[in-house]
Design a protein around this ligand. Structure first.
Ligand code: NAD
Ligand code: G6P
Ligand code: MN
Length: 469
């Protein structure tokens, strides 16, 4: 059986330890001969790399593992590159989220002014990284998670139009499927999704039972509308250990009750209920602070403790029983032990195995519209159901989208397109337009104030914007 080589870019990411653990669970399904971590920040990657050395030595027979900041040793002859970088690091996320609050609007990682600011850092770094990977691994599948994925996808579509092995993805739809499918007693690998939208701004229109061909979504929506308290309790139990996502899913259910004909992304909350979302945080405390106290510090101390011990087997960190239970397959794997964001890793592995086994699973990825939804801009990078196999991504027709969703999407696409134009053309005018057209920012004077602070505080992390032109 062929074994593959994988590089994880953004090796120091808070998501890397869970991903490495899930690679151990899925070793029969996704057999690897080499796993490499790559990061530009050696210090940040070090504890995670040291944890990886112990993990793979003890639980992954004959795999070669190392971590590096050197591009050649990271990318040469790779079959897969999983990308999860955060341009500017978490400190920049803090800035993105705090500045908008000074001017009374939501600061968020991917939506509104925060997401746009992140896009300005992410686009040039992602383009450079893809060029670097392609220099050493022209045939590798590059599967990118780095945010803001909608803006990254709009930019990579323009720069790498013929690169069929570059795929931008998001784990949120997968998380939403896992959250609501228990209502009809199904697991996500038993259904095929139908979905349309921009990334973090989309709607499920179908969840098709693979066995019977039945669309399960109407039944899920019926249960939500007729017995919301039951659904509320289920979601509360599911997200009991995570107040942020617990609260998000309660509000998500409220959104379903307001628009009970499709299943929206949780991120639609920021656009459709900006007042409510604004009240969750403030200028001094945002999601960044929660992540630093939670996932950020847990991952670090977990990895450092194992690195210090130098072993996992026979210690409180032993995952041997989980590995045996999984029997090499991701579908059987129990939840990972570190940050519990299994969906993130599982979705990457599901996509990769659909490719290597030419399984042609229907997955949600970002793809150019080109008539899939004929009443939306043909250039729009839609998140949509596609067959994924060795030949790449084959999208499934969507059809005309309703007026409400069309209006929202065209508005947001104008914003994202203008932002990418602004980055490539160094145009302050287009930058201002991108901010002013955004539904969460809205007002030109407010956009100008936010931009003034962001330009100053991002410094050289942003390209320069010229005021004329
Ligand atoms: P993080 O800051 O903990 O990790 C990112 C890592 O990337 C850091 O170690 C950093 O040093 C490294 N990095 C930054 N720029 C780099 C570059 N140019 N080349 C190589 N490495 C670089 O962030 P995190 O919270 O773990 O998130 C990682 C990324 O994954 C973010 O972009 C986040 O938004 C994204 N993410 C996306 C999804 C999705 O649904 N698409 C889901 C989860 C996370
Ligand atoms: C979901 C989204 C990602 C986002 C992440 C943020 O997984 O799909 O795009 O990066 O949540 O989570 P955080 O816990 O960092 O706020
Ligand atoms: Mn996402």
């Amino acid at each position: 059986m062929k074994k593959y080589s994988l590089v994880i870019c953004g090796g120091g990411s808070t998501y890397t330890p869970d991903l490495m653990e899930l690679l151990c669970y899925a070793q029969k399904e996704f057999p690897l001969k080499k796993i490499v971590l790559y990061d530009t920040d050696a210090e940040r990657q070090e504890p995670i790399g040291k944890y990886g050395e112990v993990l793979f030595r003890e639980y992954y027979e004959n795999v070669e593992f190392y971590y590096t900041t050197d591009k050649k040793s990271a990318f040469q002859d790779m079959d897969f590159a999983f990308v999860q970088i955060r341009a500017g690091g978490l400190a920049a996320r803090n800035m993105d989220e705090k500045i908008p609050y000074r001017y009374g609007c939501i600061g968020q990682e991917t939506c509104g002014a925060g997401g746009l600011a992140y896009g300005i850092r992410s686009v040039p770094q992602m383009i450079q990284l893809i060029r670097d990977i392609r220099e050493y691994a022209p045939d590798a599948w590059i599967i990118n998670y780095s945010n803001p994925a909608a803006i990254v996808a709009e930019a990579t579509k323009r720069v790498f139009p013929d690169d069929k092995k570059l795929i931008n993805i998001c784990d949120m739809p997968t998380q939403i499927m896992d959250s609501y499918l228990p209502l009809v007693g199904k697991k996500r690998w038993q259904v095929e999704p139908r979905y349309f939208g921009l990334n973090h701004y989309g709607w499920f229109t179908g969840l098709i039972d693979k066995e019977t061909g039945e669309n399960l979504l109407p039944e899920i929506l019926r249960i939500c509308t007729e017995t919301p308290d039951k659904v509320r309790r289920m979601l509360a139990e599911m997200y009991g250990r995570d107040p942020h996502w617990g609260g998000t899913f309660q509000e998500h259910l409220d959104m379903i009750l307001d628009y009970p004909y499709s299943l929206p992304s949780t991120y639609c909350l920021y656009y459709l209920y900006p007042d409510k979302c604004l009240a969750h945080y403030n200028e001094h405390f945002t999601r960044y602070d929660e992540v630093m106290r939670g996932r950020g510090s847990n991952v670090n101390s977990y990895c450092s403790s194992i690195a210090k011990l130098g072993k996992m087997k026979g210690t409180e960190y032993d995952i041997g029983a989980h590995i045996n239970a999984a029997a090499g397959n991701i579908a059987e794997a129990s939840s990972s032990t570190i940050a519990y964001n299994d969906v993130h890793a599982a979705y990457l592995i599901e996509l990769a195995t659909s490719i290597i086994n030419n399984r042609n699973d229907i997955c949600l990825v970002m793809v150019q519209n080109n008539g899939l939804a004929p009443n939306l801009d043909p250039g729009m990078m839609l998140e949509a159901a596609c067959r994924i196999g060795r030949q790449g991504v084959e999208p499934i027709q969507i059809g005309e989208v309703p007026s409400f969703e069309k209006g929202l999407l065209e508005n947001q696409y104008a914003c994202e397109k203008l932002l990418v134009d602004a980055i490539f053309e160094h145009s302050y005018q287009k930058l201002l337009q991108a901010f002013a057209v955004n539904r969460i920012i809205c007002d030109t004077d407010r956009a100008k104030k936010i931009l003034e602070d962001m330009i100053k505080e991002n410094g050289s992390l942003w390209v320069e914007f010229e005021r004329q032109g």
